[in-house]
Write a protein that binds this ligand. Sequence first.
Ligand code: HEC
Length: 249
Amino acid sequence: MMKHPYRIIMRTVLCATVAWSMCSCDDGHVDDPVFENTEDSYNVEITGKFQSLNTWRGTYSVAAACFNDESNYSLIQKVLPSSTEDTVQVLKLSNVPTNAKTVEIAVTNTLRKRIATLYSYPIPYNQRYSDTIKIDVGTLNVGMFGSINQFIFQGTGTNCARCHSAERPTANLDLTAAHAYNSLVNAPAEKDPSKLRVKPGDAEGSFLYKVISEGDENVGYSHVGLFTDDTYAPFLDIIKAWIDGGAKE
Ligand code: HEC
């Protein structure tokens, strides 16, 4: 007597399912194709609006750059093109070495050494080499004052805004992000009213520069030590160049 064909099909399906599930449970050796290396470099595409780029003076530049953990010198970088403020820029970095750990918008010196990070994107550990890394940074203030404000006045290493804020108005000075510019530029110094804190065009005559570069007898806390560290030392120059260049916002 012939078996019902439906039964045969069902039995086949059942056997196949059991065999497949046993096999896949036991098998720990299957390579995940997502992590397969297909190339030996990344391509990166950064989109964003970069404001106040043209306020930079001196030998520093703002660049899209890639870094690894070991060095402050970029593996590869492209200086942002000086262009009109309200145009969205698309920057491309190709042949980025696969040991790159971050894609950054950073202030760099002429030797491609990182002076300050303004934006950082950590490359995911499972990033596929064959795919372009696409990053949208939105609108970023990359100007000279914007960089000083972000890296020094709000920085966690210098802590200016921790001692100088509306809540803790030491020397009646508010260095929080939204107030730093107006608290400094053309504002008379509390501890030496004969001077402005920042006198545009004249760093040597500005109280801010005196306090951070050599100190002042009327200021009961030495700020010079905040800028001796390698990380912050370049900002003595940058702040001087910013003031001498007209202290633009
Ligand atoms: C640990 C607290 C502390 C930190 C951090 C700090 N300051 Fe001060 N700052 C002071 C004190 C205290 C004074 C002097 C107040 C006094 O003598 O009455 C002062 C005074 C000043 C003055 C003089 C203001 C005036 O009008 O007389 C400036 C400028 C200044 N600080 C800038 C900075 C900057 C820039 C930073 C960060 C790089 C900073 N401070 C970090 C405590 C601090």
